[in-house]
Ligand binder design. Sequence first.
Ligand code: FES
Ligand code: FES
Length: 204
Amino acid sequence: MLVEVRDEAGNMVNDASGGERLHEVSMVVNGVHRSAAVPARRLLSDFLRHDLGLTGTHVGCEHGVCGACTVLLGGRPIRACLQFAVMHDGAEITTVEGCARQDGELGTVQQAFRDCHGLQCGFCTPGFVTTITAYLEENPSPTEEEAREAIAGNLCRCTGYQNIVASVLRAAELRATEPRTMEPRTSEPGTTVLRAAGEAEVSP
Ligand code: FES
Ligand code: FES
C-alpha cells in the first residue's frame, strides 16, 4: 500500500519509495468509476489487481505473449501488462469480472466455458473470456476455423484448445438465444449500448 504525502510543490509522492511522484488515475472499470494515486510506472495489470483489487485479471508472461492479462479498452482487447495505468486515465475498461451478469451469475462466455469444460487450471481463462467476449461482438456466428483463429493470440498450457474452441462456438449459440436490448449506460448517462438483458456492459 502506498503512503501518500505531498512534496513542497503540492505533488502527491510515495514516501515509501523515496518521494516518487504519484499520479491520480481515474477510470470507469466494469461500469464503476474507480481511481487511485499511482507512480507513472504502474502497469495497467498491476493497477487493476493491486490498486483496485480486481484480481480476475491474471498476469502470466508480463511481456505481451500469453494473453492472460487481456482486458477490454472501450470494448477492444488489449494486453494490460504492456500498458501503463496513466496512459488510460479517463478510459473505460472491462475486466473478466465485468463479463459476469449484473446479478453475479455467469456471463455468456463464462457459461459456455463451463458447459464445454473449456478450462482446467483456469489461469489463462480470464484472458480468453475477455478476448472472446470482444470477438463475438464483431463476429457473432463464427465457424470453427474462425473460432480457432480468434483465440490464436492466447496461450493455454492445459486444455489443448479443443474445448476452448468449442466454448467459443457454444458462447455464440447462447448469445444468439439471448434477448438483446438497448439499455442506458450507468457510467455515461445519455448514451446507450446493445447488450443481452442482465449481462454486464461491454462497450462497443
Ligand atoms: S501477462 Fe500480459 S500477455 Fe502475458
Ligand atoms: S486452463 Fe490452465 S493454462 Fe489454460
